[in-house]
Structure formats: C-alpha cells, structure tokens
Ligand binder design. Structure first.
Ligand SMILES: Cc1cc2nc3c(=O)[nH]c(=O)nc-3n(C[C@H](O)[C@H](O)[C@H](O)COP(=O)(O)O)c2cc1C
Length: 260
C-alpha cells in the first residue's frame, strides 16, 4: 500500500479526518493507534501520515508511545496532522522532536481546528459552530491532500506565540492528570451495563465489574467512555452531569470499538 495513515481518536474527530484524507489520497490504509504490547510498529508505505488530537498543547501519551515503536522505510515521506479545539500549542513540535529522536524526518506538519471534546472546560459547542469547524477542516484537507500527493516538504505549522516550555509544562500536568483524574470517573444510576465504555476505550482500561465500569491506571483521558455513553451515565467528578456530550456527528460508535 503506497499510503498509510495512523490515527488516534477518542471522540471521532481524528478518525473522520483520517477517513476523509484516505479517500482523497486513494490507495491508503487506515491503521488506528491503540494500546499494544508490540515493541515495534512497522510501516512499509511510501507515505506515512499520523493524525492525532492535541492534549494539553502536546501529544496524547499513546501517540508518544506509538512514535517510540515506529519503524518506517528509508526515504519515506512522513506527515502529521494534529487537530484541536482552539489552541495547538507545541503539539506539532513535540511530534517533530519525537520523530527526530528516532531519526525520522517530519516532512510536513499541519494543524486543523475541530470541535472541542474537552468536557472539563465546557460541554459540546453549538452544532452550528461544530459544523463550521468541520467544513473548514474539510477544505484544508483538500489542500493537505495535494501537498501529500506531490510529496512536498512544508514548514511545520506551530503557533509562534506559545513558547515550547509551556507545552512541556502542560504536557507534564496532562500526564499527571491521567493518573489523578481517572479516579474521578464513575458511572451513576443511569448505567445500563451495556459495556460500550469498555469497547471504546483505546487503552483497554475499562472493565465491567458487577455490571458497572471500573477504570484501571492506564488512562489517556480521551473521554471516549464518557462521551460515547448512550445514557450519559459516565461522569467525571461532579462537573459533568449537566454538560452536553460530544462525538463527531458522522462517526458511528462501532467504528470506535477498540475492544470487542
Ligand atoms: C485530555 C484532553 C486535552 C485537550 N487539550 C487541548 C488543548 O490543549 N488545546 C485544544 O485546542 N484542544 C484540546 N483538546 C480538544 C481536542 O484536541 C479536540 O477536541 C480533538 O479534535 C479531539 O479529537 P478526537 O475526537 O479524535 O479525540 C483536548 C482534549 C482532551 C480530551
């Protein structure tokens, strides 16, 4: 396969972008980034893309772990697309550095604004606003597809006004949060024991005990469990009961199943 797109997604935005880009490029394999015991992830594609959400100005832990295991063919063209609700910070620089540490050159790095799924900062944005962001991203994807098809090397997109030390700081506190905040997840009385939270967890961190979800210590804070729960029974602390849930409107929950 000439093109391979790796993606990590909690609420479907990155998956929707990956699917759309794969369609525009043609001959593209979509491979999701999920928890794995494998020590090496090999891609023999000529063009390798990585699509991921920005977490606290940086990359999700699972994406960092993926890069540390990635092996690509010499001379392959590498591009990355981060997507975020409003501010990408140094998420693309972090990607560039992580790849450089593996002697892999990032040829092009793009940032796309998408609807925010970070419920602790507020519930889902208005539908109209989400739609606008999705449509704008789709237009940019056309441009990105032609750059990738041509194999052009491009400047790595990163906002100049966010110093990298801030990204490093925010990233550290995100990693701490994945340990601290996972303790705040719980299911309320609306839980119907459907187990969807288990299926959509990319890090196999949720299991049902006596019909109720329990969280382990390997959380990404992607919020998939909370955002996809069909009865809004999953809460984080006491801030979430009245906040509107979000997931990408065109992605079906079955497409997000990491675990059966
Ligand atoms: C833990 C976490 C941290 C986030 N941090 C940021 C951030 O620093 N800046 C931002 O603009 N959006 C942030 N977001 C929003 C996501 O990057 C954005 O909604 C993304 O499109 C979600 O992609 P997905 O649907 O593929 O998971 C964060 C979301 C989560 C869950």
């Amino acid at each position: 396969m000439p093109n391979e797109i790796f993606y990590f997604s909690g609420t479907g935005n990155s998956l929707a972008l990956a699917k759309s880009l794969a369609g525009k490029l043609g001959n593209a394999r979509l491979t999701r980034i999920a928890y794995t015991d494998e020590t090496e992830i090999v891609s023999t594609a000529e063009k390798v893309g990585i699509i991921y959400p920005v977490y606290a100005f940086g990359m999700p832990k699972i994406v960092k772990a993926f890069i540390s295991k990635l092996k690509v063919s010499p001379g392959s063209y590498i591009f990355a697309i981060c997507n975020y609700g409003g501010m990408s910070g140094g998420a693309m620089k972090q990607m560039q550095k992580a790849l450089a540490a593996k002697d892999i050159k990032l040829n092009a790095g793009f940032g796309l604004v998408m609807p925010s799924n970070y419920l602790p900062f507020g519930g889902a944005e208005l539908e109209e606003k989400c739609q606008k962001k999705v449509s704008r991203a789709e237009v940019r994807l056309e441009e990105i597809a032609s750059i990738v098809k041509a194999g052009e090397s491009k400047r790595i997109e990163s906002p100049w006004y966010v110093p990298y030390w801030l990204t490093a700081l925010a990233s550290k506190s995100y990693v701490k949060g994945t340990v601290k905040d996972v303790k705040k997840f719980h299911a309320d009385d609306k839980c119907i024991s459907c187990g969807l939270c288990v299926k959509v967890c990319p890090s196999a961190n949720v299991r049902l005990v006596d019909g109720r979800p329990q969280w382990g210590s390997n959380c990404e804070l992607c919020l998939a469990c909370l955002q996809w729960c069909p009865v809004h029974a999953i809460q984080i602390g006491n801030i979430s009961p009245n906040r509107k849930r979000y997931h990408h409107p065109d992605i079906k929950v079955e497409e997000m199943f990491y675990n059966k």
